[in-house]
Design a protein around this ligand. Structure first.
Ligand code: PLP
Length: 392
């Protein structure tokens, strides 16, 4: 009798987590790493958010809450969304989850049955594919072109629709490429999904880290609400990765189903995290603008540095905190054949941590998270320059 289920065997350990584990091992051996691996802000959680959690604990706000989150946190989220993006969600169209990843996981679990197809633009965030497969769904990939700044259009999505298409997943700004989907393309895809009765799951966890152009959310298209599920996270916006605070906004029956699933799994997310999240979302937003300004500086610094590495090419990210350079010019040199080889050698020989592109669906790139200090950027660039120059 086999021990593990087919469904758990259909998925793999998150590739970014695997790299993080390898980097931690080297760190514990005393190796000094220039670490661009993990996708998390280098900032500390802002003080007023931490204080709200401390106060919640001191006031014994430490019991079970509503499974979907206390009404106050959900109200704070829908109000912020309405103010920032012109959306119109009611409190019962919002579920608060233990991180954005769980919002995505639960949404897919309640929407995707065995054999259902889910359209996934490439490159994609590592977890989408596995979460779809865990639910028994089939990812249908739509390739974007680096030469077009990884643009995704409604025409590209439409060409992949079949009678089995249940959902489309979009992620803007994108992890790994930092590309944004242009507002007109978001609108066209929203309308396409709505007209075909397909659910659009849009991962907006980096929406507040949009650097240029109009900042929009799919929630703006209120007439198509019926087919839109917005996945949000406080992790990146407020430097709260460890708190596990995320949410989904969507049609009431879908949100209710996600809450039902939550009632049989995590139950409510931590009560004090909910209080901290109210402080984050309803409180002063200057911290977000300050962090965003820093990410823009860091992006420019790393892109400038890349220009001094012959062979490396890179699109200009318009959001999030990742760069996705193309390393194919080095294939065939120094025993390197793939992006994974580049990442492995950068780690073992240059002590630079990055993630290879393969788990994101492309074979010629590596992903670096520049949510690090300027000195790490500079040191990492120096090591990369020497490493790539030394390849024969
Ligand atoms: N979506 C994307 C595109 C991400 O990059 C991440 C985290 O890296 C998440 C969702 C999940 O974030 P969390 O579960 O920390 O809220």
């Amino acid at each position: 009798r086999k021990i593990l289920t087919d469904r758990i065997n259909r998925i793999e350990v998150s590739a970014t987590m695997a790299i993080t584990a390898e980097a931690l091992k080297l760190k514990s051996q005393g190796v000094d790493l220039a670490d661009f691996g993990a996708g998390e802000p280098h900032f500390s959680t802002p003080e007023h958010i931490k204080q709200a959690a401390i106060e919640a604990i001191e006031k014994n706000f430490t019991r079970y809450t509503n499974v979907a989150g206390v009404p106050e946190v959900r109200k704070a989220i829908v109000d912020r969304h309405a103010a920032d993006f012109g959306s119109s969600y009611a409190v019962d169209e919002c579920v608060f989850t233990t991180g954005g990843k769980l919002a995505l996981f639960n949404a897919i679990q309640v929407l995707v049955d065995h054999g259902d197809e889910v359209i996934l633009p490439v490159p994609y965030w590592v977890s989408y594919k596995d979460i779809i497969q865990y639910a028994g769904g089939v990812p249908v990939y739509v390739e974007s072109l680096e030469s077009e700044n990884f643009r995704i259009t409604a025409e590209m999505i439409e060409a992949a629709i079949t009678p089995k298409t249940k959902c489309i997943i979009l992620n803007t700004p994108s992890n790994p490429s930092g590309a944004i989907i242009a507002p007109e393309d978001v609108e066209a895809i929203v309308r396409l999904a709505h007209s075909r009765g397909i659910y659009l799951l849009i991962d907006e966890c980096y929406v507040y880290l949009t650097f240029s152009g109009e900042v929009i959310s799919a929630g703006k298209f209120t007439d198509c609400k019926e087919h839109i599920i917005i996945l949000g996270s406080l992790s990146k916006t407020y430097a709260m990765t460890g708190w596990r605070a995320g949410y989904a906004l969507g049609p009431k029956p879908i949100i209710a189903a996600m809450s039902k699933l939550q009632s049989q799994s995590t139950s409510n997310s931590a009560s004090m995290v909910q209080k901290a999240s109210i402080a984050a979302v309803a409180g002063p937003q200057e911290c977000v603008a300050e962090m965003r300004a820093d990410y823009i500086k860091l992006r420019d610094r790393i892109l400038e540095g890349f220009k001094t590495i012959p062979g490396l090419t890179c699109t200009v990210p318009q959001g999030a905190f990742y760069v996705y350079p193309n390393v194919s010019a080095f294939f065939g040199k120094g025993g390197i054949e793939t992006a994974s080889d580049v990442a492995a050698k950068l780690l073992s020989e240059a002590h630079v941590v990055c993630v290879p592109g393969e788990p994101f669906g492309t074979s010629e790139h590596i992903r670096l998270s520049y949510a690090v200090s300027e000195s790490v950027v500079d040191e990492g660039l120096k090591r990369m320059r020497e490493f790539f120059a030394g390849l024969k």
